[in-house]
Design a protein around this ligand. Sequence first.
Ligand code: PMP
Length: 439
Amino acid sequence: MPEPMSPARLLELDRQHVWHPYGPMPGRQRPLLVESAAGVRLRLAEPAEGVSELVDGMSSWWSAIHGYNHPVLNEAAHAQLGRMSHVMFGGLTHEPAIRLATKLVEITPEPLQHVFLADSGSVSVEVAIKMCLQYWRSVGKPAKQRLLTWRGGYHGDTWQPMSVCDPDGGMHSMWQGVLQQQVFAEQPPAGFDAEPDPAYVRELGELIARHAHELAAVIVEPVVQNAGGMRFHSPGYLRALRRACDEHGVLLVFDEIATGFGRTGALFAAEHADVAPDVLCVGKAITSGYLTLAAALCTSEVARGISEGELPVLAHGPTFMGNPLATAVACANIDLLLSYDWQGEVKRIEAGLRDGLSAAAPLPGVASVRVLGAIGAIQLERPLDEARMAAASRAAIRNGVWLRPFRDLIYTMPPYITGDDDLARITSAMVAAARASES
Ligand code: PMP
């Protein structure tokens, strides 16, 4: 065992050497040092705001749907560890990956038959895009190289996904002109329950038609634009995309990395529209946050196109592809999800979020409150600067909850195992954070 280190020493080393997400080096903000986590609670190595245990309102960036230290997932990881934690996937295969791929094919829309395992969401989007471009090249249409998406989206931080993130408001706007120039439609009108706007649908169709000769694919997050602003739109727009893509010979990619595995109240958000994409990306909740894993699924048509083309292989093969530990936990996690009334639990959380967040709507500085499935967001009237962001986070911590507000949003995506009392704690903390951000 290494020499124990004090929290102060660890944090000093962290500041000196560890680069944190979306931050400068050295970091300006002191992160909280987490000692352990169980259920929906994070235990801190030293108290923050006098609090040493926080209810996790973030599910570790929306992944830990079954919370931490879950006995079933622990058992799956331990059992696999005793067999092998890793083995290369080129020329070798193994039961956990085979079982997982089969399960994913079973639970996703029927045309999706083939699974490419990747090691993170962004990489699965890279693979999805490579599949689409290569498909068209293979079938003799190499000019189809661009992508179309709508504004307000987010698809990851590696290069190709960055090119389809929101070009203005997003984190990657400084790279405009360096990234490949993609085709952007306006952001879809807001509102899950709103009737699709015929004018928007027409414009979307016209844009796809106009660029069809150079478009490999349309890529969108179905139903919820997540990191782009927690905005919901009508499933009707997904049906419109499917129709236009079919009519004009363009592939359709759904990025369900954030929405997959029940988050919106359907197992996959595509089900709200009863639409199947040609390629589907999943990740995040696939292992309930235990290990990093994602996948790009595709239809037989896409797979056949690639495999009969000029380079009849998909030239992609990450070192940790199909990692046995990750795929074994993913299998156990999906079995766990399907073993209880997850839909009832997500509905219960939805009702709790609606109830608890209603107190935020009349507050000064709050523009709107919205809830869909196990997603709840308070939209502020103006973006949070660093000081207001810190005030909002501190208020949440004082209320015993871990939140990470961003831009003009205070939001939660809690684990599905969050009980009613903890859920009420999360919503109270969000309301307190909204208040603190204005005072
Ligand atoms: N797509 C979507 C919709 C996401 O929300 C994210 C992560 N926030 C990604 C892609 C990228 O996934 P990862 O962080 O695992 O690379």
